[in-house]
Design a protein around this ligand. Sequence first.
Ligand code: UDP
Length: 194
Amino acid sequence: MKTASILGVHFHAVTLQQAVELAMSRIRARQKGYVVTPNPEIVDLCRKDSDFMRVVNHAALVLPDGIGIIYAAKILGEELCGKVAGIDFAESLAAAMAKEGMRLYLLGAKPGVAEKAGRNLCVKYPGLVLAGTHDGYFSDEQEAVEAINACGGADAVFVCLGAPKQEKFISAHIDEIHATLYCGLGGSLDVFAG
Ligand code: UDP
């Protein structure tokens, strides 16, 4: 996959449709990995936090969230296929998962928000299975890990804790969580909850 380096962050040059297809292929193949959607603020955080930079650059998909990244690529002479906003990726992935009756777990946001987001997504995309939900204000990360595993795992987990917390959570726990694809998606659950 072609990449474009913006201040050390290696973005993948893919369209929204290609990103969803790649994500679906990985889920079908049960190939564990994660997706990150850096915006300019996240690129800036990466420059100040080498551990975070390492986590971001280890993602299976690094999607350019926002026009600021596209402009930066242009200025630096790097090629991308346009922006792929996290919220658009999340919605298109949920739609594709629904067609194959896949299981989605939603982690993050204030109590009640993930449930509401899940209900709305399931109404909009019949066939989607809501594996479970957990709010993002746990004091012990192990509690969230166990909650996901207790529901029988999932094909994908939307991890919506804000950056860099969500990416670091994914990187720390990916091996022990019974799920295939992990997506760091910031405030997406608030949007889906309406
Ligand atoms: N959040 C959370 N746990 C925390 C801190 C934040 O679940 O400890 C949630 C917050 O409620 C919001 C999301 O993470 O739903 C972050 O949203 P924001 O728009 O700030 O993130 P961005 O999209 O800018 O990364």
